[in-house]
Ligand binder design. Structure first.
Ligand SMILES: NC(=O)c1ccc[n+]([C@@H]2O[C@H](COP(=O)([O-])OP(=O)(O)OC[C@H]3O[C@@H](n4cnc5c(N)ncnc54)[C@H](OP(=O)(O)O)[C@@H]3O)[C@@H](O)[C@H]2O)c1
Length: 283
């Protein structure tokens, strides 16, 4: 750098000076831009809300998305995919986040989720129960733990967003495991937030701090999950007619619109005052 400046001052030719200055400017402009990249790890990017959110992010320069699901449906230069079954605890435990030296922001969006079978307790089988808790609660817990551990000493904005559900905040018959796992995700978010506040207030705590976490419910969205709900039997789910009528009356939100709302909210983190909220709170 010093040598370069000396060369710039000492050179006598005007053209050489202009070229050298342009190279110098381009180098710093590039460096600045490279330091302005955002990395979004998103689970469940193959369809629904996760896919719409990933596609919206990818339409904005500087955003990189690392998607995680069993199928890949996005092709983009700034998109990378990890094929992972989030019900497989061993595989999830092996997942590693990468250090991104040029990151301005790093996000973990725990979006993948499923209702499992819609049936009252007593009619489920043990394997379904285990898989549903694993996908909706255990996998996000493992990923959050790994995310905090990995980016511990990274000096960037580090944000975790859990896509929760109104079902975690009020009981819905036939959805016991889904409701319980989403309630667990809400509580997990609140505990991590409390831990971060304690650590951030203690200057002697130098590790595992500086993370923000939010649990935001999307409302009722027109995705495959809603199709599954409408297939449930009346006998196993008392509110089936309500969900059929949401669709008939066009009351379901479009994944694209919902994902744009999430994007807007996440771009104004200071406006989020509570760990738990719903996307409609920001309308
Ligand atoms: N839609 C709604 O009305 C609504 C309401 C409240 C909350 N939510 C929440 O919003 C989130 C997204 O839901 P959505 O409606 O977009 O659902 P969706 O259309 O069914 O998409 C679910 C996504 O999760 C992934 N996924 C499911 N099982 C997986 C597994 N075992 N391993 C890895 N990935 C898996 C799927 O990918 P693969 O199948 O390719 O693996 C897919 O990309 C969920 O957490 C859901 O609970 C949705």
């Amino acid at each position: 750098m010093r040598l370069f400046l000396l060369f710039l001052i000492s050179t006598t030719q005007r053209e050489t000076k202009i070229i050298a200055f342009s190279l110098f400017f381009a180098y710093f402009y590039d460096k600045q831009n490279l330091l302005n990249l955002n990395y979004y790890y998103i689970t469940g990017t193959s369809r629904g809300i996760g896919k719409a959110f990933a596609e919206h992010l990818l339409s904005i320069p500087g955003n990189n998305v690392i998607g995680i699901s069993r199928q890949k449906t996005i092709e983009h230069a700034n998109y990378r995919h990890f094929y992972l079954d989030l019900t497989d605890i061993t595989a999830v435990s092996k997942f590693k986040f990468e250090l991104h030296a040029n990151a301005k922001k790093i996000y973990l969006i725990n979006n993948a989720g499923a209702l499992g079978f819609i049936k009252p307790m007593g009619k489920l089988n043990a394997d379904t129960i285990t898989k549903n808790y694993t996908l909706n609660l255990i996998a996000p817990s493992i990923l959050i733990n790994e995310f905090i551990n990995c980016y511990d000493s990274t000096d960037t904005e580090k944000v975790i967003v859990n896509i929760s559900s109104g079902a975690g905040r009020k009981p819905i018959d036939g959805w016991a495991v889904y409701c319980a796992s989403k309630a667990g995700l809400d509580m997990l978010s609140q505990v991590v937030d409390a831990e971060q506040k304690i650590r951030n207030n203690k200057p002697q705590e130098s590790i595992h701090k500086g993370f923000k976490i939010f649990s935001i419910a999307p409302g009722v969205v027109d995705t495959e999950m809603q199709m599954e709900i409408r297939k449930a039997s009346k006998e196993d789910f008392s509110r089936i007619e309500d969900f059929i009528s949401y669709k008939l009356k066009n009351e379901l939100s479009e994944p694209k619109i919902v994902s744009q709302k999430y994007f807007k909210v996440l771009n104004n983190l200071n406006n989020i005052t509570e760990v738990l909220s719903s996307i409609k709170d920001y309308d």
